[in-house]
Design a binder for this molecule. Structure first.
Ligand code: C2E
Ligand code: CA
Ligand code: CA
Ligand code: CA
Length: 279
């Protein structure tokens, strides 16, 4: 009776009803977006301490002909709830592999690694490893150029199955970065066991690095932890020279953020890396 009561309330609550309708609309719009090629990948550069370009992160963009761009922060959660993240995530990986193949043919981009965000539901598919291996061989790309960004919660959700998949993919050369590091609950025991290559410091810690003592302490601790575990550490959300200077002084290996470039469509990304160095 209680359940029925709750359902009844839910159904007749106009505010809740409105939310459900908006979600249903978003779901059907996302389906249409896939069918009508409204998704794009944008690329944000990653540089090392010498300012050398070492790679990029692929970031998903949804461009509707009338409504323009919708932020992934707004549609990824709904894509995850509805399961649409599976076909969308496949499209992302497929597009990233095709892009890497093109980069291989150009000496200016041949050495770059491409980092791709993979959501929990996507990585937890039992056929994820087979699907990705199949893509790598179909596109004939060098798998060592591909890096998967997984969050702590994705990994810890189902740590045994996830670790096994990571080991299988690592065997063929695919690298792993732990995304948004510091915002979750990984323990040292897990960090040591996981076949990771990189820790990515979440931008929330980088944001007020110069003003906030706590964030400075956290960032220093994350970098030492990474270095001690033999991982490279990258910082995201680097917007100022002061942030970059602090990070370099504390041995952070790589950097990504508006200081270097915003995420760009592939033509803009290529133009950026081909323009003569200005400083
Ligand atoms: P994320 O993986 O933590 O990506 C970093 C976000 O910070 C991106 O937002 C990027 O555009 C933004 N950013 C980069 N540099 C700066 C900076 O200097 N300052 C500030 N304030 N922001 C910066 P975006 O592109 O809106 O993506 C949001 C989130 O959506 C991503 O967070 C990621 O969790 C998710 N996402 C994006 N693309 C994909 C995808 O292909 N698959 C999945 N599953 N998730 C994705
Ligand atoms: Ca990411
Ligand atoms: Ca982040
Ligand atoms: Ca994230």
């Amino acid at each position: 009776a209680k359940t029925a009561g709750r359902n009844a309330v839910r159904f007749f609550d106009p505010a809740m009803q409105a939310i459900l309708v908006v979600r249903m609309l978003m779901e059907s719009n996302l389906r249409a977006a896939l069918a009508n090629n409204q998704f794009q990948l944008h690329y944000q550069v990653q540089v090392n301490a010498d300012g050398k370009l070492i790679g990029a992160e692929a970031l998903l963009r949804w461009k509707h002909p009338d409504r323009g761009f919708t932020s992934p922060a707004d549609f990824i959660p709904i894509a995850e709830e509805t399961g649409l993240i599976l076909p969308i995530g496949k499209w992302v990986l497929e597009t990233a592999c095709a892009q890497l193949k093109k980069w291989e043919a150009d000496p200016d981009t041949a050495e770059l690694t491409l980092a791709v965000n993979v959501s929990a539901k996507q990585f937890q598919q039992h056929d994820f490893v087979d699907t990705l291996c199949d893509m790598v061989s179909r596109h004939q790309i060098n798998p060592t150029r591909l890096k998967l960004e997984l969050t702590e919660s994705t990994i810890l959700d189902n740590v045994d199955a996830t670790t096994e998949k990571m080991h299988l993919l690592k065997k063929i050369g695919i690298a792993f970065s732990m995304d948004d590091f510091g915002t979750g609950y990984s323990s040292l025991a897990y960090l040591q066991r996981l076949p990771l290559n990189q820790l990515k410091i979440d931008q929330s810690f980088v944001r007020d690095l110069s003003e906030d003592e706590n964030n400075a302490t956290i960032v220093r601790a994350i970098i030492s932890l990474g270095v001690n575990l033999g991982l490279n550490v990258i910082a995201e959300g680097v917007e100022t020279k002061a942030q970059r200077a602090f990070l370099i002084a504390h041995n952070c290996y790589a950097f990504q953020g508006y200081l270097f470039s915003r995420p760009l469509p592939q033509e803009g990304f290529l133009a950026l890396i081909k323009e003569p160095a200005s400083n």
